[in-house]
Design a protein around this ligand. Structure first.
Ligand code: ATP
Ligand code: MG
Length: 480
């Protein structure tokens, strides 16, 4: 663990080399003699004077070769040193943590322009993207925040980097894990088990040392959850997304708000027809009216249509079919302000997609419903692979294929095969799966998941006995 006096990965690396030199009896302590002993090290490592000096002063990130040679000469385990190097490299690069959207993003220039105007003012600002409808999700706040982060001018405006904290229901120790991962991204790793407030202070200290940065705090539910991210670091701007106005600090003047509501009709049209060939307007109008410009529903309906078209249906026939199904089981136009109406709209559309999936890949429906056992937030792909291997005897490569299929049908919000490999469901979709998973199936999945967690915990424990520096998978496991 790194302490606060030498929190920087690069300095820690230099410190470890010097400590190893002392241990090996190479440093008697006198400055003149230190030159001499450094000389001995240079000889033993086969490295030049300049290279070793730079590694020992911690002013430059040493190459892997330098680290390998120094480690061999000083009889050190090179693995933890390589990890420190990676952290130092990351800290030097421009940190950028905004998630990628699986789908093509429809531009919403009015809204993104309003947020950008505030963020690009000279002084640091805190902006909250909220929804006018209290508690309503799926209006595109997260997607929009990630797009704003990708604006080319962000790099110049925030030379310290763009950081992203996904709060989605996390509290206590889980929140601390999120904060610690931000610190690691800034080259200030800490594996503290302290509370979120304390971890937040360390994060603020790390941010205060940097040039202006942007910290996105996505999906805050409560003021307590949000507090550790807002304290200190006055040069850091914050962009908060929340469904709940009461999560924001009560001193309203300190936070500017931008309300994210329904899409404009042209934006809805673009989203609804993604991945479809040209379809005549007449075929689209009734459906667009029914969906009421709600991005989440537009995406789900688009997924239902696209999968039918990929299955061989004519685009217009697929549109009409989906429209008729929605009309048969719902009102003329979904009543967005009402939570029951929103839930009903999601349910109807999900049923349509799952009926289609059942006709083409019956086992896929069961696997998909099983994702209900994971909580809110992203799910590491290795966990999905492990779970489906147990419940369906599915090989990892098949899991990836199935995830791709589900994402193409808009049944997953996110699917990434690398860096980090993970999937994500929208909370409303997750809620639907929770309702749909039959109790006996849920019991079986929970048992499989429990065994899986125990097995992985045992493995992680064995790994920790071998090496007390946790790797990425162990960190992820801790969150689960
Ligand atoms: N601009 C956009 N372009 C394309 N798809 C979008 C856009 N905005 C939203 N979506 C779709 O709608 C879904 C819901 O959007 P998002 O997750 O951003 O909503 P949210 O407001 O953050 O919801 P919550 O309050 O539940 O976090 C996304 O998964 C995406 O599929
Ligand atoms: Mg969101």
């Amino acid at each position: 663990m790194l302490d606060e006096q030498r929190p920087d990965a690069l300095r820690e690396l230099a410190h470890r080399f010097k400590a190893a030199m002392t241990q090996q009896g190479l440093t008697p302590g006198q400055p003149e003699q230190q030159e001499l002993t450094q000389g001995r090290l240079e000889k033993a490592a086969g490295l030049s004077h300049g290279t070793v000096s730079r590694a020992l002063t911690g002013k430059e990130v040493p190459t892997e070769r330098t680290i390998g040679h120094l480690a061999a000469a000083l009889k050190m385990d090179p693995l933890p040193l390589f990890r420190l190097r990676e952290q130092a490299m990351r800290a030097r690069a421009w940190p950028f943590m905004a998630p990628h959207s699986y789908r093509e993003v429809v531009a919403r220039p009015e809204l993104s322009g309003a947020v950008l105007d505030i963020l690009c003012r000279d002084t640091a600002q805190t902006v909250a993207m909220t929804t006018a409808l209290h508690g309503a999700g799926g209006f595109g706040k997260t997607v929009l925040a990630a797009e704003i982060c990708r604006e080319p001018r962000m790099r110049e405006r925030f030379p310290g980097g763009v950081l992203w904290a996904d709060l989605e229901g996390r509290t206590g120790a889980m929140l601390t894990v999120v904060i610690n991962s931000l610190c690691a991204e800034l080259g200030r790793p800490q594996h503290t088990l302290e509370n979120p407030e304390r971890a937040g202070q360390l994060l603020a200290a790390a941010l205060a040392e940097r040039p202006p940065s942007l910290l996105v705090i996505d999906d805050a539910w409560t003021a307590t959850q949000l507090r550790p991210f807002l304290a200190g670091a006055p040069s850091c701007s914050r962009l908060v997304t929340t469904r709940h106005l009461f999560a924001l600090p009560s001193a309203t003047a300190s936070v500017e708000r931008v309300s994210i509501g329904a899409m404009r009709r042209q934006e809805s049209r673009e989203l609804l027809t993604q991945g479809l060939p040209d379809v005549p307007d007449e075929a689209l109008v009734p459906l667009l009216r029914r969906i009421a410009d709600w991005p989440l529903l537009l995406t789900l309906v688009n997924g239902a249509i696209v999968s039918r078209v990929n299955g061989g249906d004519e685009p217009v026939a697929a549109l009409v079919f989906v429209d008729e199904q929605l009309r048969a089981s719902g009102p003329d136009r979904f009543d967005l302000p009402h939570a029951e109406s929103r839930t009903e709209a999601v349910t109807t559309t999900m049923e349509l997609s799952l009926d289609f999936l059942a006709a083409h890949r019956p086992d896929a429906v069961s696997r998909y419903l099983e994702l209900a056992v994971f909580g809110e937030g992203p799910v590491p792909l290795f966990l999905v692979e492990a779970l489906w291997a147990r419940t369906g005897g599915i090989a990892p490569v098949e899991t990836r294929f199935l995830c791709g299929l589900l994402a193409d049908m808009s049944l997953l919000t996110e699917y990434r095969v690398g860096n980090p490999a993970q999937i994500r469901l929208h909370t409303m979709v997750q809620a639907y799966l929770n309702k749909r998973l039959p109790p006996d199936h849920r019991e079986a999945v929970h048992t499989a998941y429990r065994h899986l967690s125990q097995e992985r915990a045992r493995n992680a424990h064995d790994e920790l006995l071998l090496d007390d520096e946790s790797d990425g998978q162990t960190d992820e496991l801790e969150q689960w």
